[in-house]
Design a protein around this ligand. Structure first.
Ligand SMILES: *Cc1c(COP(=O)(O)O)cnc(C)c1O
Length: 448
């Protein structure tokens, strides 16, 4: 049996049925921005990874600095419990995160860090913390959340409960998800007028006002909604959320798990708006895609209020909390970020994507093309044929994982302009071949 056949016999894949014939490739090697794949028939393909392995591998595969950090820590200790013990990698990581977190004059700083083992868990902890904060502050009825339609915050139960109520997984678990309050999606950045933003503010304000005595916090992905639709909205709307939260005594939780560490062109997407949240979640790119690690940061006031409450503690503590190996690699990754080259890297990758994706606008199947930072999105008029587009992209030397009606790229920051351009060209060619046969004829005819 081939490895792929053995996989099919015993493994689950993300959001997939137990058995079926969805295409699957074996990774034989990964290096820089390249994956070396083997298909089910044994054929080999070298592809540029336009996904950064779900947005995490920002410095590329087998990065020498991250490899060295992991090896150094392996030679010391790989894991110790975090109850009653501490270690250098965790302390250094907390200090690094606090130093780089969004800040503004006159606003309390994010200065306390909870290390979690995945993004969803950091969101769980953020939601728990917000409820514990309100209870400790004498407002125990505040147990719900105001979220935004089109949002995605993870797959655990509380996190699912603040994801988009229609496109999220609410309908599969009726009765198990908390009844939260959902504001409309903000207007699209590309077309939003001052009047659109004013109207949206009025809608959110009305909801916050109606439910203020039962709401603990507002939760949102700033500026870019990721897995909920790769949707870009104006930074002004993040300021609106900050003002409404302040006005109604709600905490503002910003989920930077997808957007953190430079992806949108600022270090954090909240920096586009100059907004400092009360609670922030980071994950995905935190370890440069080497190991699973996430973090929740909060202000000193939130941390102290919760610690003075009846519970006397933040009620969470994962077994692998503060895993030293993951923290050591995260420190190396954040060390690269601190070097500052990410800003020009992200600009270069973004420019390469924008130039390469421009021709997609001419395809009949394409509804919209948008970019922000090192993110490039082709939105189709119909649901993507994921299997066919993935296969076509692999044939063009690019690894993508489309979803819903979106084919997008979030390449590693180390991608050259030419590699970003090649990723975009592969995406456009795959969309044209699968979804736009007429243009496919033109495109392939124009190619040697
Ligand atoms: C991926 C993601 C999560 C969940 O992170 P996991 O590590 O997959 O649990 C939460 N929020 C946002 C914005 C994400 O992109």
């Amino acid at each position: 049996m081939s490895l792929i056949q053995r996989d099919r016999a015993s493994l689950w894949h993300p959001y997939a049925p137990a058995s079926g014939n969805l295409p699957l490739w074996e990774v034989e090697e990964a290096d820089g921005v390249t994956l070396r794949l083997r298909d089910e028939d044994g054929g080999r393909h070298e592809v540029l990874d336009a996904m950064s392995s779900w947005w995490s591998v920002i410095h590329g595969y087998r990065n020498p600095l991250l490899d060295a950090a992991a090896k150094r820590q392996l030679g010391t200790f790989s894991h110790v419990m975090f109850g009653g013990l501490t270690h250098g990698p965790a302390v250094e990581l907390a200090e690094r995160l606090v130093a780089m977190a969004p800040s503004a004059e006159g606003r309390p700083r994010l200065e306390r860090v909870f290390l979690a083992d995945s993004g969803s868990i950091s969101v769980e902890v953020a939601l728990k913390l917000a409820v514990q904060f309100q209870t400790a502050a004498g407002r125990p009825k505040r147990q719900r959340f105001l979220s935004i339609r089109g949002g995605y915050h993870g797959d655990t139960f509380a996190a699912m409960g603040v994801c988009d109520p229609v496109d999220g997984m609410h309908s599969a678990f009726p009765g198990l998800l908390a009844a939260n309050v959902f504001a409309p999606r903000p207007p699209a950045a590309a077309t939003a007028t001052a009047e659109d933003i004013r109207q949206w503010r009025a809608d959110v304000e009305a909801l916050a006002s109606k439910h203020s005595d039962e709401l603990a916090a507002i939760i949102a992905e700033p500026v870019l909604q990721g897995a909920g639709g790769m949707f870009v909205y104006p930074a002004e709307c993040v300021r609106v959320l900050r003002e409404i939260a302040d006005h109604h005594g709600l905490l503002l939780i910003l989920d930077e798990i997808a957007t953190g560490f430079g992806r949108t062109g600022e270090l954090f997407a909240a920096d586009h708006a100059g907004v400092v949240p009360d609670i922030m979640c980071v994950g995905k790119a935190l370890t440069g895609g080497y190991l699973s690690l996430a973090a929740m940061l909060c202000t000193g006031e939130v941390a102290e209020t919760v610690s003075r409450g009846a519970a006397g503690a933040l009620l969470h503590g994962p077994t692998f909390m503060g895993n030293p190996l993951a923290c050591a690699v995260a420190n190396a990754s954040l060390g690269i970020i601190d070097g500052g080259a990410w800003r020009s890297d992200v600009a270069r990758v973004g420019a390469g994507l924008a130039a390469g994706l421009a021709s997609a606008r001419e395809l009949d199947a394409v509804k919209d093309v948008r970019t922000i930072g090192a993110v490039g999105v082709i939105e189709l008029r119909e649901t993507v044929d994921v299997a066919a587009v993935t296969r076509a992209a692999v044939a063009h030397g690019v690894w993508v994982r489309p979803f819903r009606n979106l084919v997008y790229a979030m390449p590693p920051y180390i991608s050259t302009a030419a590699e970003a351009g090649a990723m975009a060209a592969g995406m456009v060619a795959a969309v044209a071949e699968v979804h736009d046969e007429r243009d496919a004829g033109l495109l392939t005819g124009a190619r040697p």
